[in-house]
Design a binder for this molecule. Structure first.
Ligand SMILES: [Fe+2]
Length: 233
């Protein structure tokens, strides 16, 4: 059997200084403050909905940024991008704090191109949650919809028809994947709070007069259309 067109997910185990990790861990809890979740019942606290979306500008995250830079470069290289072919910007980055019983529902990031997640804790068992990546195009089910619902003809363990793949939270683990891929975080079934940091990364053409078809021009070339910071109508 030929298995064609794989989805590429970078999974890297970082080895951060324990003191750096502890400092960022405490900073994330400080950012969250007294909040315990998002407005949606059962959803973890995600900083992007609470004004905490620039973790990348925090000195406590500088070591993580250095690692992210390195690993995104490797990821792009592995995917076949030419050296210097694109500029990458961090559009936003935010902590996610999941109390026992909380989760993050299925979603994707249409505003970005690469999603990155860094796990500040987790033992790899999946008890405190796992990143669930959904099959973006289930061509192998042959008849659309066969992989969902009950009493269908497909065995639930059919590897070539997996509806999703789960990656358990693991302290120090950095994951990179296409931002338009649907994903979510499974319920934290442990007694401990689970912490992670998410990043939205955007690819553009390199700075300069040249533009590339289909790539957004470099953000330094963007101008607001209105004098009111672009606000319209
Ligand atoms: Fe996400």
């Amino acid at each position: 059997m030929l298995e064609l067109f794989p989805l590429a997910v970078a999974r890297v185990q970082l080895q951060p200084d324990p003191l750096d990790s502890a400092r960022l861990f405490q900073q994330v809890l400080h950012w969250r403050g007294d909040s315990i979740g998002n407005p949606l019942e059962g959803c973890a606290w995600t900083g992007d909905l609470h004004g905490v979306h620039q973790v990348h500008r925090s000195p406590d995250a500088a070591w993580l940024l250095a690692q992210l830079r390195l690993q995104v470069g490797k990821y792009l290289e592995d995917l076949g991008f030419r050296e210097g072919g694109v500029a990458v910007h961090i559009q936003r980055s935010w902590p996610v704090v999941s109390e026992p019983g909380q989760l993050v529902g299925r979603h994707h990031h249409p505003n970005a191109h690469i999603s990155a997640v860094y796990h500040l804790n987790g033992d790899g068992s999946g008890r405190c949650g796992a990143l669930r990546l959904f099959n973006p195009m289930a061509l192998n089910e042959l008849v659309p919809g066969m992989a969902v619902g009950s009493q269908g003809p497909l065995r639930p363990d059919a590897r070539l028809n997996a509806a999703h793949h789960d990656i358990p939270a693991l302290a120090g683990q950095l994951l990179l994947f296409p931002a338009r891929l649907d994903h979510g975080v499974l319920e934290n079934s442990s007694e401990e709070v689970r912490l992670s940091i998410a990043f939205d990364l955007v690819l553009s053409a390199p700075a300069g007069p040249c533009s590339t078809e289909y790539l957004p021009p470099h953000p330094s070339l963007w101008d607001p259309l209105s004098e009111n910071g672009g606000l319209m109508p």
